[in-house]
Design a protein around this ligand. Structure first.
Ligand SMILES: [Zn+2]
Length: 175
């Protein structure tokens, strides 16, 4: 074996050289696989239900937010400043602060309501609402049960979903 001809000193030097070469390679590989800096990451959230009395909700929310989140109201189209919000960041529930969407999930649907093609995992529960002639899928915050909007199947790729959200039900935190 070639290795047997090397004395211990040379063998140690060779091992160190190989070690640094491998380390250099590993660093390069991990640098290449790092995600772009604009990607917003939200760590998995532990969702503990928040249950407040009607009185407590009235204290915590503005009358407009209360109408939407607790009474399933809808804000006027085009009224939310969040329609034009394009900064990187995270959209939270205005009722309980649960993170719901990231800026990477937002798109301009042209409807006049902030729209998203997907949500953070587990952020919402859904139910069918028959208040209009056709059934719509209404969604609620998984933590506080607050009504946020409706989800439709006319969204963009890759999901085809349009999560049409009341801006007043959201709190935007820039990254
Ligand atoms: Zn909530």
């Amino acid at each position: 074996m070639d290795g047997d001809e090397l004395d211990t000193g040379r063998r140690g030097a060779l091992a160190a050289l190989l070690g640094s070469a491998v380390a250099g390679l590993t660093n390069r590989v991990s640098a290449q696989t790092t995600k772009p800096a604009t990607k917003i990451e939200v760590p998995p959230q532990k969702i503990e239900k928040l249950s407040l009395s009607d009185e407590e909700w009235k204290k915590r929310l503005t009358p407009e937010q209360y109408q939407i989140l607790r009474k399933e109201g809808t804000e006027r189209a085009g009224s939310s400043p969040l329609n034009d919000e394009k900064r990187p960041g995270v959209f939270h529930c205005a009722g309980c602060d649960l993170a719901l969407f990231t800026s990477d999930m937002k798109y301009d649907s042209g409807t006049g309501w902030p729209s998203f093609f997907t949500t953070l995992p587990g952020a919402f529960g859904t139910k069918t609402d028959f208040r209009l002639i056709y059934p719509r899928t209404e969604y609620h915050c998984a933590r506080c049960g607050g009504h946020h909007g409706h989800v439709f199947n006319d969204g963009p790729k890759p999901t085809g979903q349009r999560w049409c959200n009341n801006g007043l039900a959201l709190k935007f935190k820039p990254a």
